[in-house]
Design a binder for this molecule. Structure first.
Ligand code: NAD
Ligand code: WQD
Length: 346
């Protein structure tokens, strides 16, 4: 079989969705690991000022193309102008509730967008692809911690879009030699860069726990609604595997390095800490990190929520030599630093 080149530390990586929450931290990690980055983002859920934050942290400004992954011409131009060696694909829509309201937008963005991107990669003969999948593909887990072999299911269009793209990647990998694909299943990414220069910027009312808690601590929202305290968990509230976004970003660099060493491979791996924390644990940790009260009330369960979800991290350690290093204290401190810097800039 044809031997593919092993890329040097100056390889250029296309990061779609690179001005978003996870993509911006991955860009920082890539640049700090010696890679060049080209970001492609249509800014539908992010702001170009993120580029400044990345530059201030790393000393290097990534190339930025404002454009859509569904646009074949834009993609061809990017692959022609830049010697791209690998693609990290973060661009997509991610709100579970919204996906039930506008499913076509989710399938269009997440599935059609991925197909367009993979087709452009074929045209450009680029065959290394790191995909943002999600623990949502495990549905309601039947074993904890959750191994990658756990059956997959989806209960909403967002989750379904991730399942379909995972399957597309499997078909593509089987269809022709030379693909090096990592399907990374993230658990619950939280926190921000410790510099406070980049982080998560939810539009409107945050769907996720941590940004909501941060806004309550900052006094922007009156109180947190805790969605149910009658789950079969130690304190009755939902338990999740929260992972610091900078650990997650390092997991991407590890996955890229793994792919670079292979002639061809398809890896599916959990990126989590292997530890589960309840909503009340997170509220207590955020209260300690911020020194602010976090008023809350218990309300009814949120439809579609599972009781508990945390990762089996064995495969990530084995295959990638990667493990998360940061705990909930750092996650909350960094999320709070980011929240306060944005509220009181300067
Ligand atoms: P985000 O919304 O912060 O970032 C996504 C970025 O993609 C945004 O900057 C947005 O403007 C851009 N984008 C969206 N559609 C695009 C398109 N068609 N063309 C070009 N750019 C486009 O989200 P995130 O939290 O950084 O998530 C990144 C990826 O990770 C997503 O695919 C998401 O589904 C996946 N993921 C996220 C989580 C999470 O909890 N944040 C968990 C598991 C998986
Ligand atoms: C965490 C816990 C809630 C908000 C979601 C997506 C998943 C993945 C990560 C993309 C749960 C509780 C929350 C609030 C609360 N994203 N909660 N009050 O639901 O585990 O995962 O983000 O792939 O697909 O579903 O994360 O942060 O929304 O919730 O009590 O206001 O906090 O019930 O127990 P979730 P979350």
């Amino acid at each position: 079989m044809r031997k593919l080149p092993t890329y040097t530390m100056t390889s250029t990586i296309l990061v779609t969705g690179g001005t978003g929450f996870i993509g911006s931290h991955a860009t920082v990690a890539l640049q700090q690991a010696g890679y060049s980055v080209v970001i492609l983002d249509n800014l539908c859920n992010s702001n170009p000022s993120v580029i400044e934050g990345i530059e201030r942290i790393t000393g290097t400004r990534p190339a930025f193309v404002q454009g859509d992954v569904r646009n074949a011409q834009t993609l061809d131009t990017v692959f022609t102008r830049h010697a791209i060696h690998a693609v990290m694909h973060f661009a997509g829509l991610k709100a579970v509730g919204e996906s039930t309201q506008i499913p076509l937008a989710y399938y269009d963005n997440n599935i059609y967008g991925s197909i367009q991107l993979l087709s452009a990669m074929q045209r450009a003969n680029v065959r290394t692809f790191i995909f943002s999948s999600s623990a949502t593909v495990y549905g309601n887990p039947t074993t904890l911690p959750i191994p990658e072999s756990h059956p997959r299911s989806a209960t909403n269009p967002y989750g379904h879009s991730k399942l379909v793209v995972e399957d597309i990647l499997e078909s593509l990998y089987a269809s022709e030699p030379g693909w090096r694909i990592a399907r990374l299943r993230y658990f619950n990414p939280v926190g921000a860069h410790p510099s406070g220069l980049i982080g998560e910027t939810p539009q409107g009312i945050p769907n996720n726990l941590m940004p909501y808690v941060a806004q309550v601590a900052a006094g922007k929202r009156e109180k947190l609604q805790i969605f149910g305290n009658d789950y079969n968990t130690p304190d009755g509230t939902g338990v999740r595997d929260y992972i610091h976004v900078t650990d997650l970003a390092e997991g991407h660099v590890a996955a890229l390095r793994y792919c670079e060493k292979a002639d061809q491979d398809m890896l599916t791996v959990n990126l989590g800490t292997g530890e589960g924390y309840s909503v009340l644990d997170m509220v207590a940790a955020f209260k300690a990190a911020s020194g602010r009260p976090i008023p809350y009330e218990i309300t009814k369960r949120r439809p579609g929520d599972v009781a508990s979800c945390w990762a089996d991290t064995t495969l990530a350690k084995q295959k990638l030599g990667w493990a998360a290093t940061k705990g909930i204290k750092e996650m909350c401190e960094d999320a709070w630093h980011w929240e306060t810097r944005r509220t009181m800039p300067g």
